[in-house]
Ligand binder design. Structure first.
Ligand code: PMP
Length: 399
């Protein structure tokens, strides 16, 4: 039952499955393979504390005041440097700072899509994007992925089909690097193919790249934005490399989008926190940020391997576990007939949680799949989590 005052659109805001299992993950003794949280102990929190105090003391009247609607000058320059470290070129004028990249996606959606429009996403895709699109009243079309990322032939076929139906998609939302939730990375040879298909069909691309630097093999792939800066809107964030609590993210936008995006941002949040923006800027401008991020990436890679090694002996025959080259997530596909929901119940009894895969996928798909996050727990606890998952698997198969 919904209240008569509520709009049809408000029903599109669905509860996040990640939040659903979050409560279970807070129970004492629980090992969480659920949330994609960065491990903040890998960063220098003392520097953040001291720097925040210094900023308030020395620049209080500025950093505690309302600020620019596009973002502070220092931060926009710092973002250009951060992007350059990933070989992505941008101009400070292209950068729209937002309170996290989730807000950047929301704003881009607002200015590119009308209610009822169709958008293309990967299958599976980031559940937070599905929340944004659901709340905007959009029709979401999932396009097949494999170990090399989005499948160009599937994209081409879907675009053709939708255009024939009079439903030209308004954008493609894609996470090319170490995707949330699958861990997959779009292969080098497919990148120009995807960009060319969308350009030919007149479909802008939203390239979401929160995990790109969190790899032990940096500079592996060209950004879609590099291939076509006029049609690709690039989203970035400090959430995974510094702190999600600061809520600092951005869009690097082509010229035609900058003014509408700025006005949408101002109408929505006025500005992102100037204090948080200055902290993020100084992280890039004053610290050896590349080395720090590389160190964190090495720790995450170690954790991925620890989880993988511990899972190998407990998985049923025919199960496949993705092998990400970076980021926070692996994707586990159980053999035909297994239910991730039933497994979650047994897993919670064994004191381990994960996110069932169906929420990330096209309707009706993914019932036997799981997203496993290895970013937050120590290698020892990941190994223990894998053993617990093994016991849950044994219980479900015996039932
Ligand atoms: N995109 C993806 C793919 C993500 O995984 C996340 C965070 N889980 C976000 C966007 C949102 O990040 P932010 O904290 O910058 O809003």
């Amino acid at each position: 039952m919904t209240h008569p005052f509520l709009t049809e659109r408000s029903r599109g805001f669905l509860p996040s499955p990640v939040r659903d299992v979050w409560e279970a993950s807070m129970q004492p003794g629980m090992i969480s393979l659920a949330g994609g949280n960065p491990d903040l102990s890998l960063g220098d929190l003392d520097w953040v504390a001291e720097h925040a105090a210094r900023l308030v003391r020395e620049q209080g009247p500025t950093v505690l005041q309302y600020g620019s609607g596009t973002g502070t000058t220092a931060l926009r320059e710092a973002i250009v440097r951060l992007m350059a470290a990933e070989d992505v070129a941008a101009d400070p004028a292209a950068i729209q700072v937002t309170a996290g990249s989730q807000l950047a996606l929301d704003l881009v959606t607002k200015v590119l899509c009308e209610q009822g429009d169709t958008v293309l996403v990967e299958d599976p895709t980031y559940v937070g994007a599905l929340g944004t699109f659901g709340g905007a009243g959009l029709r979401v079309e999932h396009v097949a992925m494999d170990a090399e990322g989005l499948v160009p032939a599937a994209l081409e076929e879907r675009i053709r089909h939708l255009v024939a139906e009079g439903r030209r998609p308004r954008m493609l939302y894609t996470i090319p690097n170490f995707q949330n939730p699958s861990g997959a990375t779009l292969s080098e040879r497919r990148r120009p193919q995807i960009v060319e298909l969308c350009r030919a069909a007149g479909i802008p691309i939203v390239e979401d790249n929160p995990y790109g630097m969190l790899t032990t093999t940096p500079h592996a792939h060209v950004a879609l934005h590099e291939l076509d800066p006029e049609h690709v809107i690039y989203l970035g964030t400090f959430s995974k490399v510094l702190s999600p609590g600061l809520r600092v993210g951005w869009a690097a936008a082509p010229g035609w989008l900058r003014r509408p995006l700025q006005l949408a941002a101002e109408a929505t949040v006025i500005c992102a926190s100037p204090l948080a923006q200055e902290l993020a800027a100084h992280f890039v401008l004053e610290r050896p940020f590349e080395a720090e991020i590389a160190r964190a990436a090495a720790v995450y890679a170690e954790r991925a391997e620890a989880m993988r090694a511990a899972l190998a002996p407990v998985l049923p025959a025919g199960a496949t576990l993705s092998r990400p080259q970076g980021g926070f997530f692996s994707w586990l596909a159980l053999p035909e007939g297994w239910s991730a929901d039933a497994l979650l119940d047994a897993a919670i009894d064994e004191r381990v949680v994960f996110v069932p895969g169906a929420a990330f996928r096209a309707p009706g798909e993914g019932g036997g799949e799981l997203r496993l996050a290895y970013s937050f727990e120590s290698p020892e606890r990941l190994a223990e989590g894998a053993r617990r998952l093994g016991r849950a698997l044994a219980r479900v198969s015996a039932a």
